[in-house]
Design a protein around this ligand. Structure first.
Ligand code: DGL
Length: 269
């Protein structure tokens, strides 16, 4: 069981920002990463639709013998984390939520920005995070669907990329944020652009390292860390175009492993 892979899923390449942290912290683990690019983007979709997609991938990863499911996708967590935990009661599942807590603790201006997609703001998970951690601070939210598109397109280094970033971040800058919470796993790949626009006085809060630490803690507490001395492997699967996904993996996280196509049968909820 210890040598079994960790399963990860996202709508596309976003979860790679969490995968790279997991790889760094747990280099001996094997990982199967599924990008559901046939259904990307997840952000504008309904909760029911997302539950269907995510449940299907979770079943696949479970059938492949994954010892744990990690969901590096805020939209999928908002729609389906509790739902999946109900279905797979005896499976270790690590989710994520927008990191309002550290941002609220560190803000000096008292104004925190959160950028994510529609599905994440709509869920009960976000309401609960706000309820638990946003006391005494002002939280300015911004839905940035075009950021997902930019990252999936390989982040073209053009004036239009800068324009798009500026357009979405302008209201947050004007509101006086000094913390920017990244509520979508695609967005860390835009960090250089976010920093360029916001300046050094705004901290970018990316939960990816904390998610990796949680994966390690949970595996360790269940005695499921892989004791192997050799480097683990990553199997990349996509419901979309494997050549395109392979190019993005190389560009974004410098892994040369080629991606494979994944065909999942139609799934009835
Ligand atoms: N990367 C995902 C997230 O963290 C999904 C983005 C999308 O497909 O809209 O929410």
């Amino acid at each position: 069981m210890n040598a079994s892979p960790i399963g990860m899923l996202d709508s596309g390449v976003g979860g790679l920002s969490v995968l790279r942290e997991v790889r760094t912290l747990l280099p001996h683990e094997n990982v199967i990463y599924v990008a559901d690019q046939a259904h990307m983007p997840y952000g504008p979709r309904s909760r029911e639709e997302l539950r269907g997609f995510v449940q299907q991938i979770a079943h696949y990863l479970r059938d492949r013998g994954c010892k744990m499911l990690v969901i590096p996708c805020n939209a999928a967590n908002a729609a389906a984390l509790h739902y999946l935990r109900d279905i797979f009661r005896d499976w270790l599942i690590v989710g994520m939520e927008p990191a309002i807590k550290p941002a609220a603790e560190h803000t000096h201006s008292g104004v925190v920005g959160v950028i994510t997609t529609k599905a994440t703001f709509q869920g009960e998970l976000f309401a609960s995070v706000m309820d638990r951690f946003a006391k005494g601070v002002k939280v300015e939210t911004q839905v940035c669907p075009d950021f997902v598109t930019l990252v999936e397109a390989g982040i073209p280094d053009t004036p239009s990329t800068r324009d798009i970033v500026a357009r979405y971040l302008a209201p947050l800058k004007q509101a006086g944020i000094d913390q920017l919470v990244i509520g979508c796993t695609h967005f860390p790949f835009l960090e250089a652009y976010l920093k360029e626009y916001l300046g050094a006085e705004v901290d970018i809060v990316d939960p990816a390292p904390a998610v990796a630490r949680q994966v390690k803690r949970v595996l360790d507490s269940h005695h499921l860390l892989n004791p192997s001395a050799t480097e683990g492997t990553t199997e990349y699967l996509t419901t979309g175009d494997p050549d395109n996904f392979t190019r993005l993996i190389r560009q974004l996280i410098s892994d040369q492993t080629p991606a494979q196509a994944l065909h999942l049968d139609a799934f009835e909820l």
